[in-house]
Design a protein around this ligand. Structure first.
Ligand code: F0G
Length: 477
């Protein structure tokens, strides 16, 4: 059997990329305050910052864009999207949103009151941010295996049912407006959740009358993992699997920028008519009329096509195989990653790779910085910068358990030669890693600081060679 299936497409349109020289990379990094989010995309060679909105759309999606109906209300493109929504997710109601966090914002504004808690396996950053912005508390109850990078549990995104039951009992149902689960678990290595776990989590929430929502950004990848790894599902289609997943939930939200392979878009779906009405009222205030929800008609049209394409099994086997290719190559080179390989990204265990850089000096920032300086590769820290927070009860800073660097792989965008290049760069960094130093933060925002924080390298001689020469000259004069 072929281990890593080749692309089930050929390339019709190309976008040039270039590797700027090492000095220019150094200058770009300095100008960005050592935060890769603040580097110009043009100065990046291989961009693994995110798989969100960065995929290559298909010819069918571009064709759909030309057929987009821009009517303000009741556009044809909305009804195309509705067909996909009904066929795949099967909720009674949905509204489009401009992206995932808009759906989160609406849900949090309607349901979360200060002091209330929202459990999930793990919330991602925008979900956490939106819950905290309403005074709520995001709570992560993933199984402990998720924190052991080399543990090869096939469903490391599963929620811990004992922890969940315990948490509900201790917190009280009245303090939990809804419960969630994220598929796949982005904050914990892009790891899937099993069908059994989704069903049991649903039963548990429902036994307490807590509504159950699915953060479904990568539902198609999760469905494919279930097909591959969950006994009894090998002969089901990914569509059948997706339908079963959502049959257990009372609602879902999605950033369509992931598994629907569009550059912009999202949705919020529910079963409850009264909640849907309140969502529409909020939507009109923030996003737009309920049949376009912050998107152009052409975006709705591209999303309608992308939702189906994202479930295509030839595409998914290539996609998951591609991620595994890069992950296995890194493991073979002795670079620690979260195992088994996730769906949309490879997560390098920066804490383990750089044991000489303490958590307080952000090993993930050191590694992502080195990847840019060494090879023009942009990847994202998923560690203390992104997820440390002050405990609302004690005021103490709580750091995440792992310091990771995520290489998120845009869909249908890069080829195996790009991956070979990335692996070579990482091998080089690995050889001279003892020279890497930590960082300190010089600016941070109160919420989601990773996007705009600025850093300074620690313990390095900050003077340039030119400055040093000038200094010696001054001394000798
Ligand atoms: N939920 C999950 C699990 C996500 O991964 C994201 C986005 C969102 C919600 C929010 O969606 O960006 O459309 O507003 N994750 C991106 C990432 C940004 O890089 O992983 P959005």
């Amino acid at each position: 059997m072929i281990k890593h299936p080749a692309e089930p497409f050929r390339i019709k349109s190309v976008e040039p990329i270039r590797l700027i020289d090492p000095l220019a990379r150094k200058q770009a990094m300095k100008a960005a305050g050592h935060n890769v989010f603040l580097i110009k995309a043009e100065d990046v060679y291989i961009d693994f910052l995110t798989d969100s909105g960065t995929g290559a759309m298909s010819q069918s999606q571009w064709a759909a864009i030309m057929e987009g109906d821009e009517s303000y209300a009741g556009a044809r493109s909305y009804y195309k999207l509705k067909e996909a929504m009904d066929g795949i997710f099967g909720f009674e109601f949905f509204v489009p949103t401009h992206q995932g966090r808009a759906a989160e914002n609406i849900l949090a504004s309607l349901l979360v009151k200060p002091g209330q808690s929202i459990p999930s396996n793990m919330h991602f950053d925008t979900t956490e941010g939106n819950i905290r912005a309403r005074g709520g508390r995001p709570v992560n109850l993933v199984i402990d295996d998720a924190f052991d990078p080399s543990n090869r549990n096939p469903f490391k995104g599963n929620m811990d049912l004992v922890k969940l039951k315990d948490f509900i009992e201790k917190t009280g149902v009245e303090n939990i407006p809804f419960g969630a689960i994220t598929i796949t678990n982005n904050a914990g290595g892009g790891q899937p959740v099993s069908m059994q776990n989704i069903r049991q989590v649903s039963e548990l929430y429902h036994s307490y009358n807590i509504p159950f929502f699915i953060d479904s950004c990568r539902y198609a990848e999760n469905s494919y993992f279930i097909k591959q790894r969950d006994p009894g599902y090998e002969n089901k289609t990914t569509l059948e699997i997706a339908r079963e997943i959502f049959s257990y939930a009372d609602g879902a939200w999605m950033s369509a920028k992931k598994d629907a392979i569009v550059n912009i878009g999202g949705f919020l779906s529910v079963r409850d008519a009264e909640l849907h009405q309140r969502i529409c009222n909020e939507l009109i205030l923030r996003e737009g009329f309920p049949t376009y929800g912050g998107l152009a008609g052409r975006d709705l049209a591209a999303m309608a096509v992308g939702l189906w394409e994202g479930l295509d099994e030839d595409y998914l086997s290539y996609r998951i195989g591609q991620t595994a290719y890069i992950g296995e190559s890194l493991l073979a080179a002795g670079i620690p990653i979260i195992e088994p390989c996730g769906g949309h990204a490879i997560y390098i265990d920066a804490g383990k790779m750089l044991p000489h850089i303490p958590q307080a000096e952000y090993p993930g920032i050191a590694l992502s910085g080195a990847m840019y300086l060494e090879g023009g590769i942009r990847a994202c820290e998923i560690g203390s910068v992104m997820f440390a927070y002050a405990d609302p009860d004690t005021g103490k800073v709580v750091n995440p358990k792992l310091e990771l660097v995520r290489m998120a792989i845009p869909r249908r965008m890069y080829t195996q030669s790009h991956f070979d290049y990335v692996v070579d760069v990482l091998k080089e960094i690995n050889e001279k890693k003892s020279g890497l130093r930590g960082y300190k933060i010089t600016y941070q925002a109160p919420l989601m600081r990773h996007f705009t924080a600025r850093f300074e390298p620690l313990g390095v001689d900050k003077k340039s060679p030119h400055e040093k020469v000038m200094e010696t000259k001054k001394k000798t004069l």
